[in-house]
Ligand binder design. Structure first.
Ligand SMILES: [Zn+2]
Length: 113
């Protein structure tokens, strides 16, 4: 399952970071997810609890932060936020858009002990 492997790599990253920053317990994690990352937040939350068991992240709260879909409009030379990838530019209704952001999947911050 896609979400399962994402959770595994998140917990792995937390363990790596623990060595560097010498913490022993993760209390909360904020994960940034873009609309194009293809991640189901519900299953991510579910998997995370299972994967975190027995690790330093056991019982940690996973907070999902949704990032916007960002595109570069060639008509008005601006970065614009799109509601979905098939929308035109909200400023000029132009269709010459290049998606520049929206597939983020990264740890934004965390609370540790
Ligand atoms: Zn535009």
């Amino acid at each position: 399952m896609h979400e399962m492997s994402i959770c595994l790599s998140v917990v792995q990253a937390l363990q790596e970071q623990a060595k560097v920053h010498s913490y022993t317990r993760v209390k909360a994690v904020w994960l940034e997810i873009g609309p194009l990352a293809g991640v189901e937040p519900e299953s991510l939350l579910f998997c995370f609890d299972a994967v975190a068991q027995g690790t330093l992240a056991e019982g940690a709260k996973l907070e999902i932060v949704h990032t916007p879909l960002v595109a570069w409009c060639m008509t008005c030379s601006k970065n614009v936020n799109l509601g979905n990838r098939f929308d035109g530019c909200p400023e000029c209704q132009g269709r010459e858009l290049q998606i520049t952001g929206g597939n983020e999947l990264r740890i934004k911050s965390m609370e540790v002990d």
